[in-house]
Each structure stands twice: as structure tokens, then as C-alpha cells.
Design a protein around this ligand. Structure first.
Ligand code: URA
Length: 237
């Protein structure tokens, strides 16, 4: 098995990250540093990452979590803030979050020990759309909606066309559904800020066709067979 696949299947990180770790000399095979990204791991090889022996997980685990606000999307935090890992009570496998939700953002977060799946979901070439419900301050005019649909400049980066649908509108707040497939840092907040509306609440309600549904905040569940089959079909595209 290729070294990056081996590391990713151990639930450590994506294949891309595994390549970077290898290139930087963090990986040893049978006690020797290996920088060759295409190294073929053979039966009996002992692979170490940062001095710890690793091996591929026996079974794939894919979890959907309804992340509450106030939790950071990371396995650990230098400032000791609560992380999404704190919510995974009885999950014994080593899973890691797929992509990121800001600390202030709630909603659907996928966690898995399958590095290839994580890479597929986050790589822009697969154009997996993410759907958010955003509560924004004030009225959102048709002109602003048109600009967001077309693409806005976030300072050197123009966003790809987005899908928008106003769900509720009052004088003080507008609730909008927005669907994008890019994943720049704080993209949804920055997109609304670019047209003059501040996001006051943000929730992700879907990743591709995987829906948050009625999963309660702070709760998680394993993906269904149907959801896994959907993701496998996307990976084959
Ligand atoms: N866009 C944001 O602004 N924040 C998120 O967490 C996700 C998308």
C-alpha cells in the first residue's frame, strides 16, 4: 500500500497532509526516515509517525455530529477550549474532522478515520456543495442577493456563483439559505460582510446530499448505509 494511503487509513490525516509529513522527514519505516512519497509499504513494515508506530484502522467509521457553537473543530486546543472531540463519548476509533467549522458556527460536521474520504470531501475539484442557514443583520436587498449569487471579491479571491434563497425576512434580520462548494476560511461570513450584512448566526445544514436533519445539537450518529453508498459513488467520479 502506498505510504500516504497507509497513513491516511490509520486515521491520522488526509493523503495530502501525509505526503507533506513524509516530505518533511516525520515518517520512518523500519527505523529509517523515508521521504519518498510513493514508498510502497510492505507486509511486516513498521511505520512510525513522530516516533509512534501507526497502522491502518480495521474498519471505516463515518460520523455526523451536530456541532454546537463554542466548540473548536480540532483534535486538541493549545488554549484548552472545548473541542468537537469532547462530544464523541463512546467513539473508540480515532476519527478526525473533515474540514472545519468556525468556533461560532453550529451544524453538520463529518468525522471519519478514512483519510481518502476526507480528501475527496474537501478537495475543490470534487465541488461538493455545503449548505448553510445564515441569519444576517438587517434587510438583504435583491441587489445584494444578485451580487452574492454572481460571486463577490473577498480581497484577491472572487467567490464562485452561489445559490441563495431567502427563508425569512424582517426589518432587523434576514434568514438565508446559501449553498457554496468552496471552503475558504470564514467564507460565508466574509461573503455577507462583503455586501454589507453581518452574519449573526450560522449553521451548516448539509454537506452534499448528507443532511443534518433532526439531529440534536451536541449529538452524533453513524452514517447510514445509504449515506456511505452516496459518498462512495462520489469518490468514484
Ligand atoms: N463559512 C463560515 O464563515 N464559517 C464556517 O464555519 C463555515 C463556512
Amino acid at each position: 500500500m502506498r505510504l500516504n494511503k497507509y497513513i491516511a487509513s490509520a486515521g491520522i490525516c488526509s493523503r495530502r497532509k501525509a505526503d507533506a509529513l513524509t516530505e518533511n522527514g516525520n515518517v520512518k519505516v523500519n527505523g529509517l526516515v523515508v521521504r519518498e512519497m510513493g514508498y510502497d509499504v510492505k507486509e511486516g513494515d513498521v511505520v512510525e509517525l513522530g516516533g509512534r508506530a501507526i497502522k491502518p484502522a480495521d474498519k471505516r467509521v463515518c460520523i455526523i455530529l451536530n456541532k454546537p457553537k463554542g466548540y473548536i473543530t480540532s483534535a486538541s486546543d493549545a488554549q484548552n477550549r472545548p473541542t468537537v472531540m469532547d462530544l464523541l463519548g463512546d467513539v473508540s476509533e480515532r476519527v478526525f474532522p473533515v474540514g472545519r467549522l468556525d468556533c461560532d458556527t453550529a451544524g453538520l460536521l463529518i468525522l471519519t478515520n478514512d483519510g481518502a474520504l476526507s480528501q475527496m470531501l474537501t478537495h475543490p475539484k470534487h465541488k461538493i456543495h455545503k449548505t448553510y442557514h445564515a441569519k444576517v443583520s438587517g434587510l438583504l436587498s435583491d441587489e445584494r442577493i444578485a451580487r452574492l449569487r454572481k460571486g463577490v471579491d473577498l480581497g484577491g479571491f472572487v467567490t464562485a456563483p452561489a445559490k441563495l434563497r431567502v427563508l425569512r425576512q424582517s426589518e432587523h434580520v434576514t434568514t438565508v439559505e446559501i449553498r457554496i462548494f468552496e471552503g475558504k476560511n470564514r467564507q460565508v461570513r466574509r461573503m455577507f460582510a462583503a455586501v454589507g450584512n453581518k452574519v449573526v448566526e450560522l449553521e451548516r445544514v448539509a454537506v452534499g446530499d448528507i443532511l443534518l436533519g433532526r439531529l440534536k445539537e451536541g449529538h452524533y450518529r453513524k452514517m447510514t448505509h445509504r449515506e456511505l453508498a452516496y459518498l462512495d459513488a462520489l469518490s468514484r467520479k
